[in-house]
Ligand binder design. Sequence first.
Ligand code: HEM
Length: 128
Amino acid sequence: MSVRARPISPHLQIYRWTVTMTMSILHRATGIANYAGMALFALWLVAAASGQEALNQVNLVYGSWFGQLVLFGFTWSLVHHMLGGLRHFVWDFTAMMEPGQREAMAWVTITGSVVLTLLIWTLFVWMA
Ligand code: HEM
């Protein structure tokens, strides 16, 4: 029996990659990362409530270069996700929905998240 060739629906690889696609993926990825980051924050709170010794141990890990790298990434993730959330809030008013406007907002979100993260760390970590 011969198999009839059927039309194939377009899939990911035929589309031109766009910055808005990247943002969609990043919003989900940062949402998941925020869960993990919040677990780290909860651990720190539990340690603080448990006593000085426990807090010192957690601070030692969080203060190491690797801990700082993870916390920096968590800060970026939170800020990026928050700006992404505000982007959705703007869309809730059916504003900024044209292709050029969506791309502009995507770039503002990416750039803004990096700038805000650096600002937060400069003010509250590096200069504190
Ligand atoms: C620790 C805090 C947060 C966590 C753990 C978190 C987690 C998540 C996760 C897992 C998703 C689902 C992503 C997906 O399935 O595509 C999501 C979506 C969303 N989040 Fe958050 N989020 C946090 C904070 C925020 C904040 C502060 C805002 C707003 C300023 C926000 C706005 C949104 C919006 C609007 C969506 C839906 C996006 C869509 O419809 O595609 N989130 N979040």
